[in-house]
Write a protein that binds this ligand. Sequence first.
Ligand code: SAM
Ligand code: DTB
Ligand code: SF4
Length: 357
Amino acid sequence: MPNLSEARALYDLPLNTLIFKAQQAHQAQQDPAGIQLCTLKSIKTGACPEDCAYCPQSVHHNTFVEAEALMETETILADARRAKAGGATRFCMGAAWRRVADGKQFDSVLNTVSGVKELGLEVCCTLGMVSEAQAKRLKEAGCDVYNHNLDTSREHYSKIITTRTYDDRLQTLSNVRKAGLEVCSGGIIGMGETVDDRLKMLVELANLDPQPDSVPINALVAVEGTPLAGRRFVDSIEFVRTVAVARILMPKAMVRLSAGRANMSDETQALCYLAGANSIFLGEKLLTTGNPDIEEDMNLMKRLGLHPLHPDEARRVHRGEIEPSAAQPAPWPKVEELVAAQKEGGSCSEGGCGCSA
Ligand code: SAM
Ligand code: DTB
Ligand code: SF4
């Protein structure tokens, strides 16, 4: 059971020793050069009743985000087909909801989940709080993973969100796990929290039994109109240290370099990969804010000698069936197709994928 003082001792190591330890943990448990490529889609945008201080989608803040109703299944599936044709292996759908409500809209999401699963993509949903029964329905529909972040330490939480508690968050994670879904949970760095707050969050995640399967580490994107607007972007070395501690405490997890990459240099991202990050969101948009160009991401991976992670191979590594270094890569994304699909609303040339683009 890792604790704060152990995490702090790691965090304070000379950076080269910390990175060395993170690489040891990484190379023992993960495809050493594999990067998981996920695509993110906001399927219901804005007008969220929660007051998360960082979030441009909260109804409490006046931001550039315009509220949009839940998208139709067919529209989302067209995007998922393009993501698949382009080379993403996981499709994550986010809804700006406080909690899932049973009824027509949830039924529609379940239908969409089944459709995305049939395309052969890993399916992740992030829809706010869910009950165990709802999580089971998601699992039955074909959902693989549920994302629900702790976001910060228990102590810092009430300075960021007042409309729900830390324990609400933990309860949903427990419901998700009991339903047999994989757990994706992480947080945001750069919201005015201390280093110890960041480490407490990582320790809380690392002490979940079992540990989360994925840990997204977001750098705050300080959006105009939110209470956190104007905050300075997190110090890159502090961010890298946090990623390294996450990797050491949770060696089997996908550590996802999530929001904030558009503000990071190639060198900072390279350091994050060295620190054990092995997953990114691919595509010019996250939910509502920007993300690096796909060409830039692929270029950086090639320059660093990294390759797309194959999810099945990663599972075989985690089950101990093959050595980490024996994991075969997934195919490289078809950058032109992904870019064209995103920029022009679709020009997919993948034969037989059924895509209308
Ligand atoms: N409503 C659901 C929820 O809160 O779980 C799902 C969507 S919510 C946007 C998913 C996560 O995005 C949040 O938990 C937070 O970690 C991250 N996020 C939202 N706005 C962000 C921002 N401005 N900068 C960095 N991360 C952000
Ligand atoms: C996560 O931890 N980061 C993603 C995903 N899970 C859903 C979302 C990032 C959102 C950044 C702000 C936006 O684009 O709205
Ligand atoms: Fe709503 Fe999620 Fe944004 Fe919070 S983070 S305001 S719950 S969409």
